[in-house]
Design a protein around this ligand. Structure first.
Ligand SMILES: [Zn+2]
Length: 315
């Protein structure tokens, strides 16, 4: 499996906080960005298997949308323990957004990886969630993956943020009331792109939609049998929802593609009230509130990059 490594630009946390604060203020009525100690992520509402998102930070993009459409490529299945070795960080804590492991579940789904991978010193822990379309009524069904499988699979495409899972300094971002057109993640990403230009900066972590609602999608349980060849066809195939705070999101983004055919941002979320999926944007700008913790990635890995590519289905 091909794997390319790229060194990202890593500004200091203080500089990043200053840059992000300026950009977010253009899109939100209130924005406060600071450098803080990462809150203990083993505690509620996160309940992750590790305390933080610090130490040897990496972003990995695995596969891509071309393996999902026009038609699915069922050979594209992956294992997060193997990915942790590919990115030279066995034992990594991995979070992010991808397609659920259809190879074990038997159907297609949205995947929210939250995994401490295996190492010489520790057993792997799979705290992932997946969301699927309820076959009975078209609603959302969110489940913990560990209730279904004991493997560490994922499939087709994944945008992952990996670290040693250590406590440490992170960037805290708190914004309220959206006044601009950009969603929370796009605003942060474009702010970095504007400031750092051709030097790609990558970030990942977690944020909570504390108030308001978001537009989300979930892929159907069955892959499309007719080829999907445009955004219009993809949107007709997907199921769209409005989901309600509090929502726990797993963002991964890179400010600029250094030529690796990246999906520049991808955010999935879960909740403790049965909702989860792929984040598009909030639908309640007047009352939305976000609180997040982010860490810049040092390295970027492009794993099993599709040779034939296209630009639809990436929103
Ligand atoms: Zn997605």
């Amino acid at each position: 499996m091909a794997c390319a490594e790229f060194s990202l630009h890593v500004p200091s946390l203080e500089e990043l906080a200053e840059v992000l604060q300026k950009g977010l203020k253009e899109n939100f009525a209130a924005a406060q960005v600071s450098v803080v100690d990462c809150p203990d992520l083993t505690k509620e509402p996160f309940a992750f298997p590790v305390k933080g998102i610090c130490g040897k930070t990496r972003i990995a993009e695995v596969g891509g949308v071309p393996y999902l459409m026009p038609l699915v490529n069922r050979t594209k299945v992956y294992d997060l323990n193997e990915i942790s070795r590919k990115i030279k960080l066995p034992g990594a804590f991995i979070l992010g957004a991808g397609a659920g492991p259809f190879q074990t579940l038997g159907f297609n789904s949205e995947f929210m990886p939250i995994v401490q991978t295996e190492s010489e010193h520790s057993h792997p822990v799979n705290g992932s969630y997946f969301a699927r379309v309820n076959p009975a009524d078209g609603g959302c069904l969110l489940e913990k993956y560990s209730q279904r499988g004991h493997d560490f699979g994922c499939a087709l495409l994944a945008n992952l943020f990996a670290s040693e899972g250590q406590p440490g300094k992170v960037i805290e971002v708190q914004v309220k009331r959206r006044t601009g057109q950009l969603n929370f993640v796009t605003c942060m990403r474009q702010t970095l792109e504007k400031h750092y230009g051709n030097k790609p900066v990558g970030m990942g972590g977690t944020f909570i939609v504390q108030k308001g609602k978001v537009k989300a999608h979930i892929m159907p349980a069955e892959f499309s049998s007719c080829p999907l060849t445009s955004d219009e066809a993809v949107n007709h195939w997907l199921h769209f929802y409005e989901m309600t705070a509090p929502l726990l999101c797993l963002p991964v983004f890179v400010s600029k593609d250094p030529g690796l055919d990246l999906r520049l941002e991808h955010t999935h979320f879960f909740s403790h009230h049965g909702e989860g999926g792929h984040y598009h944007y909030d639908t309640t700008p007047d009352l939305v509130e976000y609180l997040g913790y982010f860490s810049p990635a040092q390295l970027l890995y492009r794993i099993d990059q599709p040779k034939e590519t296209h630009l639809f289905g990436r929103d």
